[in-house]
Design a protein around this ligand. Structure first.
Ligand code: CA
Ligand code: CA
Length: 257
């Protein structure tokens, strides 16, 4: 049997045998609360529309532990914007690729689109800071446009529906001072087109009107940035009203778009 697989199985057995006991602490358990803050950060990625298309609308968002006062077991939840689908990447092999070699085993519980994650780590994870805990591979809808924010947020709940848990399983110390920052995927525009200037030549003239009209009649495939520059009244699509406003601007009936 492959050594890595074997050690993952061993870790699973240890997890199954010891974790429930540590999670359901009774008064007899010598659990002590410990000073020291845990800080979790979920990345916020800015992605241009062009990058988004090139990577099939998939954006990796890492959940990181920024401060670790000595924890090797934890549970918490993460919610992903309901407009997105996602995968959780946290198995050992990929964790290595992610530079996350500290985790021995982890489990993800899925429920109604959200999930709770728990992990058991070896003692080597203790006090490690700035590490990736897991990766949420977010698939953004193809209708995404510049300015959209798809959130990935921390949830202070665990798989049992209770509060998040942070613990050192060896010393049985609980850590109760937890802070976190939410993140997600921010869509930014790679092109900076002025409203009305679809061809980006820094002039607003009949060429731009022609482009808008072509788009209205399905004869031009505009980039999302062009679509936005064409949508003068901001109702989500280029139409005759937008054409009229650009023409009024050209003949100086209005002075801004
Ligand atoms: Ca132009
Ligand atoms: Ca419009």
């Amino acid at each position: 049997m492959h050594i890595k697989k074997f050690s993952a199985m061993l870790a699973s057995l240890m997890l199954l045998s010891c974790f429930p006991a540590t999670m359901n602490a009774s008064a007899n358990d010598a659990v002590i609360d410990t000073e020291g803050a845990v800080a979790i950060a979920i990345e916020q990625k800015s992605v241009t529309l062009e990058e988004l298309r090139n990577q099939n609308y998939q954006v990796p968002v890492f959940v990181k532990m920024m401060e670790n006062p000595g924890i090797n077991a934890m549970e918490f939840g993460v919610d992903v914007d309901e407009r997105c689908s996602y995968q959780i990447i946290n198995d050992n092999d990929e964790a290595y690729e992610l530079g996350n070699a500290f985790l021995n085993i982890s489990m993800v519980y899925s429920s109604r689109g959200n999930f709770t994650w728990s992990v058991w780590g070896s003692s080597s994870i203790q006090k490690k800071t700035g590490i990736n805990l897991l990766m949420v591979l977010v698939t953004v809808p193809e209708t995404a446009s510049a300015g959209d924010l798809f959130t990935v947020t921390y949830q202070p709940n665990n798989a049992q529906g209770g509060k998040h848990i942070y613990r050192n399983s060896a010393t049985r110390a609980n850590f109760t001072d937890i802070s976190w920052t939410d993140g997600g995927v921010q869509i930014v525009d790679s092109e900076t087109l002025r409203q009305g200037d679809l061809n980006g030549d820094d002039q607003i003239n009949i060429m731009d009107v022609i482009l808008i009209n072509k788009a209205i009649y399905g004869k031009a495939d505009l980039t999302p940035a062009q679509m936005k520059a064409a949508d003068i009244n901001g109702d989500g699509k280029p139409d005759a009203n937008d054409t009229l406003m650009v023409m009024k601007y050209i003949i100086k009936l209005i002075d801004t778009l």
